[in-house]
Design a protein around this ligand. Structure first.
Ligand code: UD1
Ligand code: CA
Length: 471
């Protein structure tokens, strides 16, 4: 990438001011997600492939602040278009920011998430190598209704005009090569002419597509670059959103499989675009792996499991229907089936978390086990400890949360109730069914339950009394 102001500088304008009425949504169109990312964020990422952030301007209008927030982390700039008066008008909103930037200007739409970064790079490469003033991405479609049509010169080489649907003559109406709306201009040629484009007589909008004729009038050419139709899909409705989502997810699972991940029935699996998965890991059907999750090598992710924003080390076995959120699982650990690592947990190497066990803000030490039916919240469990079935940490007193600390190699009997704050010393035992309200030292056994009462013959005596009473 060239530095920020040279004759080779690339700037990008992303048009994202529209509401997207046909989405029938309270939310601006570009904030909807496909492949786990907002549409606009994906376009910003493609733009970053060819331009540095200070040379990328996103035109915002509807829900401007929320659109800004969605991509602010990339360090890009913004222009406001309060009224959407056309694609050319949107570009005029960036004139002050960009008119003195030499080099090349790329136009992208915030609602085209399938456009590959490599295609944007190819567009810029073609324009750089060409004598033309602009290059426009086009494609041939079966049904061109609604798109601007590409009119080529007599030789069929350059584009002489882009004609919007409403203005088409019958011959132009039959043209199947359409305008994607994605262009690369020699920046100076665009900025010196755009202000002279007059609003369209019928709609009152300023059309960026009119630049092609403005350039032609000055003897400057626009060249077409034909791209794959799939990449140019613009999202207008929720149906198109679903199509884009399916394509993005298929691209992701394909990439993972080619990198050595086994995916059983990939069409049933949802993996967000930023997820990383190591070789020889097996993903079973119906799994969702979301957000910034990283999974190591040689793991198994069981059917129906959902993992979000978590780090799973090598050789971890996650059995079916396990939910993991913002947690870390160490090498060789076993989790599930039906386990829930709700939030901020650290499960260390070789630990076991079994069925119907819920963890929240809990550290499970190396090789510690909680194999069945437990709630461990705001707790730390020392390495090698065993947590019996039905153990509950009572971490909440109705107002505050409290910690439970269980030291290494402890044994917590089944159905123990640990009323926090409470500590169990190293190597200690808690008897089954105990309610533990006081901390216990190391190497200690604690009972906290009523003593068993035994009454031999009581049942038959009771039956005898009942028989007498009914006579
Ligand atoms: C535009 C093109 C058309 C092309 C089609 C491809 C024009 C005049 N027409 O038509 O040739 O085939 O895209 O999809 O350019 N936007 C703004 N501010 C505005 C207007 C639009 O930010 O004032 C944004 C929209 O949010 C959208 C994009 O620009 O992301 C395209 O706008 P849209 O109204 O969908 O353009 P089309 O009429 O479909
Ligand atoms: Ca459109």
């Amino acid at each position: 990438m060239s530095n920020s102001l040279s004759p080779e500088t690339v700037s990008v304008v992303i048009l994202a001011a529209g509401l997207g009425t046909r989405m029938k949504s309270k939310q601006a169109k570009v904030l909807h997600r496909a492949g786990g990312l907002t549409l606009v964020e994906q376009v910003v990422r493609a733009a970053r492939e060819v331009a540095s952030p200070e040379n990328i301007v996103t035109v915002v209008g509807h829900q401007a602040q929320r659109v800004r927030d969605a991509v602010a982390s990339h360090g890009v700039r913004f222009a406001e278009q309060t009224e959407q008066r056309g694609t050319g008008h949107a570009l005029l909103m960036c004139r002050e920011m960009l008119a003195n930037t030499p080099g090349y200007l790329v136009i992208l739409y915030g609602d085209c998430p399938l456009l590959k970064a490599s295609t944007v790079a190819e567009l810029v490469r073609r324009q750089r190598a060409s004598q033309a003033a602009a290059t426009v991405i086009t494609t041939h479609v079966a049904d061109p209704q609604g798109y601007g049509r590409i009119v080529r010169d007599a030789a069929g080489k350059n584009v002489t005009a882009i004609v919007e649907q409403k203005a088409c003559t019958p011959e132009q109406n039959a043209i199947t090569e359409i305008n994607s709306g994605i262009y690369c201009f020699r920046a100076s040629e665009l900025w010196t002419r755009i202000a002279a484009i007059t609003p369209n007589a019928a709609s009152g909008e300023i059309y960026l597509t009119d630049m092609v004729e403005a350039l032609a009038a000055a003897g400057l050419a626009t060249e077409p670059m034909i791209a794959d139709e799939e990449e140019l899909l613009g999202i207008n409705t929720r149906l198109e959103l679903a199509v884009a989502n399916r394509i993005l997810r298929a691209r992701k699972t394909t990439e993972l499989m080619l990198d050595g991940v086994t995916i059983d029935r990939p069409e049933t699996v949802s993996v967000d675009l930023d997820v990383r998965i190591g070789r020889d890991t097996i993903i079973e059907p119906g799994v969702q792996i979301l957000g910034a999750t990283e999974i190591g090598e040689d793991c198994r992710i069981g059917t129906g499991s959902i993992i979000r924003d978590s780090r799973i080390a090598d050789g971890v076995d996650i059995d079916a229907y396990t939910l993991i959120g913002t947690s870390r699982v160490g090498a060789g650990a076993k989790v599930g089936p039906f386990a829930r690592l709700r939030l901020d947990n650290d499960v260390e190497a070789g630990a076991h978390i079994g069925n119907f066990v819920e963890l929240k803000k809990t550290k499970m030490g190396a090789k510690a086990k909680a194999n069945h039916l437990a709630y461990l919240g705001d707790a730390s469990i020392g390495g090698g400890s065993n947590i019996g079935a039905g153990t509950i940490t009572c971490n909440y007193d109705g107002t505050h949360k409290h910690q439970t600390r269980i030291s290494a190699n402890s044994f917590i009997g089944s159905n123990a109730t640990l009323v926090a704050p409470v500590e169990i010393g190293e190597g200690s035992y808690v008897a089954a069914g105990s309610v533990i309200t006081y901390s216990i030292a190391e190497d200690t056994l604690a009972f906290g339950r009523a003593r068993q009462v035994v009454k031999p013959g009581w049942p038959s005596k009771r039956k005898g009394q009942a028989a007498k009473a009914s006579k």
